[in-house]
Ligand binder design. Structure first.
Ligand SMILES: NC(=O)c1ccc[n+]([C@@H]2O[C@H](COP(=O)([O-])OP(=O)(O)OC[C@H]3O[C@@H](n4cnc5c(N)ncnc54)[C@H](OP(=O)(O)O)[C@@H]3O)[C@@H](O)[C@H]2O)c1
Length: 339
């Protein structure tokens, strides 16, 4: 029987990808109690060696057999692999923490950011749900900042524009920038258009209402996590040629009046947030400064002088960390001692 003392058997599906590798790194850094690591990926990566806590593990492919005895399964191999393997892993007894979009909006599947709604991890019977969804990276960093504002002032409307790293599209997204910078012109652009020296106002495909799927994820996931179906979220998502993290410009209308110094203190004292806000010292967060950090960074905090009860801010987080791997490991940490 696994326990916090003996450690848990942890499978990572997508172990050779950008998020999966980061998950393994974060598990090690945060001393998550792992008795055995089971790295899984596609047949292309079978046998690839993954090093964890000084030990070597060979990458395998997912199967019903391999999930037997697994306590926690961290999934980051895309929605179709999640749809195929999450029910299998859950039936074998594992709690699946899924990074893909496969189950996020399903009723009965909790969509969790530990700083915001950790209680959703457990069902009415007090047991952990068998499949727990990790939100989209751009949603996670936004709701970490919105939650304290929601609780103190109430939220009316959020207008958000994102500046998203190429790593948000995985290995292929990162490699596309590198090869374009080296002068290669691909048959088909990974980011729809040239991304080197450019900004592309399309992430994922368009839906019928003129917004992209990425933008609608920010609308629907934010409402689900905050438990407010009426919340007005108006997003524009943009891919830019950076590594290190996603930036978001937020214009937030609150329900009640605020003092900007109080907002500053509130955010600085809220879990998972680092305030970097001193314009006189040119201090504000940037993708490169958030790289490999687990927190959400906030700066450029100021009132919107032309709209009452409204403020502007700039929010940055490492999309592979808080936007994916760290959030998933934090959910796993809530499970320690409760499986
Ligand atoms: N990148 C981000 O910022 C981010 C943020 C939040 C959520 N996510 C989500 O996390 C997932 C992975 O993203 P990523 O950026 O890590 O992508 P990635 O770098 O392309 O890695 C994909 C991983 O999935 C594995 N894989 C693909 N198809 C598979 C299959 N059918 N069976 C088993 N393994 C399979 C790949 O194995 P091989 O190496 O063998 O091909 C690789 O390990 C996606 O669902 C993505 O939406 C990503």
């Amino acid at each position: 029987m696994s326990s916090a003392e003996s450690g848990y058997r942890v499978a990572v599906l997508g172990a050779t990808g950008l998020v999966g590798r980061t998950m393994i790194q974060v598990l090690e850094e945060r001393h998550f109690p792992v008795s055995e690591l089971i790295p899984l990926a596609s047949p292309r990566s079978r046998g690839q060696i993954v090093t964890f806590q000084g030990r070597e593990f060979s990458t395998e492919v997912p199967s019903a057999e391999i999930f037997k005895g697994v306590d926690i399964a961290l999934f980051s191999a895309g929605a179709s692999a999640s749809r195929e393997w999450a029910p299998v892993a859950a039936a074998a007894g594992a709690v699946v923490i899924d990074n893909s979009s496969a189950f996020r909006m399903d009723e009965g599947i909790p969509l969790v950011v530990p700083e915001v709604n950790p209680e959703a991890i457990f069902g009415k019977d007090g047991k952990a749900e068998k499949i727990i969804a990790n939100p989209n990276c751009s949603t996670i960093q936004m709701v970490v900042v919105l939650k304290p504002l929601f609780d103190r002032y109430g939220l009316r409307r959020i207008v958000v524009s994102t500046y998203q790293s190429v790593t948000g599209k995985g290995k292929a997204g990162r490699d596309a920038l590198e090869s374009e910078l080296s002068g290669l012109v691909p048959d088909e652009f990974t980011h729809f258009h040239q991304i080197a020296f450019n900004a592309v106002p399309q992430i994922d495909s368009f839906t019928d209402n003129g917004y992209t799927k990425e933008e609608m994820k920010m609308v629907n996931e934010t409402r689900k996590i905050m438990g407010d179906q009426k919340l007005s979220v108006s997003p524009t998502t943009v891919r830019i040629p950076v590594y290190g993290g996603h930036g978001e410009s937020l214009n937030v209308e609150l329900e009640s009046d605020f003092d900007i110094d109080d907002v500053s203190k509130l955010l600085a004292g809220s879990p998972g947030i680092v305030l970097q806000d001193d314009p006189s010292a040119r201090l504000y967060p940037m993708p490169l400064t958030s790289y490999e950090k687990d927190e959400v960074f906030v700066g450029r905090l100021r009132p919107d002088y032309w709209n009452p009860r409204t403020l502007n801010m700039w929010v940055v987080a490492d999309n592979l960390r808080k936007g994916a791997a760290t959030n998933a490991v934090q959910i796993a940490e809530v499970l320690v001692g409760k499986l």
